[in-house]
Design a protein around this ligand. Structure first.
Ligand SMILES: Cc1ncc(COP(=O)(O)O)c(C=O)c1O
Ligand SMILES: [Zn+2]
Length: 547
């Protein structure tokens, strides 16, 4: 059993019970920073026995993760190599530089750990739909994990995110919403969207499961080094979730007496978005938000909130630094690592390598120190060739003065509501479907999908879970009654409102058969566009109001 025994507030020390999926907020002082505690005694005994019979993946340490039990082996994330750098290390005159090569995850970044544990918690809680805002890699990782487990995922990304990442998220079947605003605005839109639809929102650094997943990096490093801690741990940082989780792991290992010190922490940020570095260099415990101006969109969290303060405290306690590097320095480091060690890393990861170069140059890291660097991130661009244009829903936030930002966001949210309202037309006659689509699209910016086959239509209904289905009566293979029956028999589709649009006269008897099952019945030849569109809007609003 791995579930935390209790939660302890880092601010006031209050202890309370752990409830999976509930926001972890201290009941006493309302701080969002509470840390879980597990049954360390029995876990330590297992560790000392060498964790017999356990594969080398992150579930190896499941007793200190917030799950009841590890999911099946299919979810075997983590267990990445710790490689000694030879030639890049030589360029720095370092004798013991190790790379934790997180490119070996299912989507090639350390965010795969986060997705694996967060999704395992969702599965244990029987949750089937969720919302996430991400700077890129977390979205890719969650999209893959959700695809594997059948969870419907809504991903909010900024338009700065490289198109390869966006395509990869779409490839895994997630709903992609691209917001032309900052990442902090994108997070806000995602939060309000989740609230309106009553969906679970992944809260990034304050999602306990997400944070805890990262500690497995610390456990693996310590085990791979033969049960000892490095002198330094270096990572590029955006919101700070990574190192916060990793350091919970190092501290647990210290408390269990399995290592004799906690490594010094180096947080590296891109200069164009370095609120943490700025605060750290100014000796402040609180970071001021910035408007990101880096091309490395993956690291563009302008407002790190309390995460900075917790990282700052870690550095006060265990030593370390925060360092900024320019985009150009990151590109150079990227080339250097590729040429010397044959590793192709993405710019966000290269930021950490450039940070190390700086720390060696200014004498902070010395020649014989044991350094581990989180090396992560690599997206393959094959999706480009197999996906069409309809990848994402785009949301534009009009640039407003700060005092009117709220209105801008509100208007964007309303437009988003329309754009994410999906209507599925199941009709074997493409001309009829086209007419219905035109009527609807003239009215609002709905996303309209069409299927010209009843069985394919049912499959699309299950997969897309549209907000409304417009159904033809006469189709070869299975008629409208048959489709309706199938829809009502499936939990995923039983609640979706249906409007019938029939080519033939609908008899009184047939109308009676539909009673209570469909929202309206129309006849094609005399379809009144205005009244029809009005009714569609009304049905959609009513059903959204109910959900
Ligand atoms: C390669 C890489 N490095 C660093 C980060 C920063 O992550 P965080 O600050 O959330 O730990 C990310 C985020 O997605 C990333 O993909
Ligand atoms: Zn408290």
């Amino acid at each position: 059993m791995g579930l935390p025994v209790l939660l302890e507030c880092v601010e006031c020390g209050h202890r309370q019970a752990y409830q999976p999926l509930a926001p972890t907020i201290c009941e006493e002082c309302k701080s969002a920073w509470v840390e879980p505690h597990y049954d360390y005694g029995s876990f330590k005994r297992e560790l000392l026995r060498g964790l017999p019979g356990r594969a080398f993946n992150l579930w190896r340490y499941h007793e200190v993760l917030p799950v009841n039990a590890p999911p099946g082996v299919d979810n075997a994330v983590g267990g990445t190599p710790l490689k000694q750098s030879l030639h890049f290390a030589e360029t720095l005159n370092l004798s013991r530089l190790y790379l934790k090569d997180e490119r070996y995850g299912p989507t090639n970044s350390f965010k795969d750990r986060q997705a694996a544990v967060a999704v395992a918690v969702l599965q244990e809680g029987d949750v089937h739909e969720m919302v996430i805002a991400s700077t890129g890699n977390a979205a890719v990782a969650y999209a893959a994990a959700c695809a594997q487990t059948g969870i419907k995922l809504w991903v909010f990304l900024t338009s700065m995110v490289p198109p390869e990442k966006l395509r990869e998220v779409a490839l895994f079947g997630a709903e992609v919403i691209k917001v032309s605003g900052t990442y902090d605005q994108t997070k806000q839109i995602a939060a309000e969207f989740a609230q309106r639809r009553n969906l679970l929102l992944d809260r990034g650094a304050s999602n306990l499961a997400a944070r805890e997943s990262m500690k497995t990096i610390a456990y693996e490093i310590v085990e791979q080094l033969g049960w000892r801690a490095p002198d330094w741990y270096i990572q590029s940082v955006s919101g700070g979730l990574g190192p916060l989780g990793v350091y919970h792991g190092f501290q647990e290992l210290l408390n269990m007496g399995l290592i004799d010190h906690v490594p010094k922490l180096a947080v590296v940020q891109a200069d164009g978005c370095s609120p943490m570095v700025k605060a750290f260099k100014a000796g402040k415990s609180v970071a001021e938000p910035v408007i990101p101006e880096t091309r490395i969109a993956i690291l563009a969290t302008g407002d790190p909130g309390k995460s900075y303060t917790y990282l700052w405290k870690l550095i006060e306690k265990f030593g370390g630094t925060m360092e900024g590097v320019s985009d150009a320095e990151a590109w150079l480091a990227m080339k250097s690592v590729a040429k010397t060690d044959g590793l192709s890393v993405e710019p966000a990861a290269a930021v950490a390598f450039a940070g190390l170069q700086k720390m060696v140059a200014n004498g902070l890291v010395t020649q014989d120190e044991l350094v581990v660097i989180n090396c992560t991130g690599h997206t393959f661009p094959v999706e480009k060739h197999i996906l069409g244009d309809q990848l994402s829903v785009d949301v534009e936030i009009e640039q407003q003065e700060p005092s009117r930002l709220r209105e801008g966001l509100q208007a964007a949210l309303e437009r988003l509501d329309e754009k994410t309202t999906t209507v599925l037309i199941i009709d074997d006659n493409p001309d009829d479907a086209h007419l219905v689509r035109r009527i609807l699209e003239a009215r609002k910016t709905y996303r309209v999908f069409h299927s010209n086959d009843p069985w394919d239509g049912l499959a699309q209904a299950r997969q897309r879970r549209p907000d409304l289905i417009i159904l033809d009566m006469m189709m070869p293979g299975l008629d409208g009654f048959g489709v309706l029956e199938e829809l009502k028999l499936d939990k995923r589709t039983e609640q979706i409102p249906v409007i019938i649009v029939s080519a033939k006269d609908v008899s009184l008897e047939e109308r009676q058969r539909f009673m209570g099952q469909v929202a309206a019945v129309y006849q094609k030849g005399s379809l009144p566009p205005r009244a029809f569109a009005d009714q569609v809007v009304e049905v959609l609003e009513k059903s959204k109001g109910e959900s």
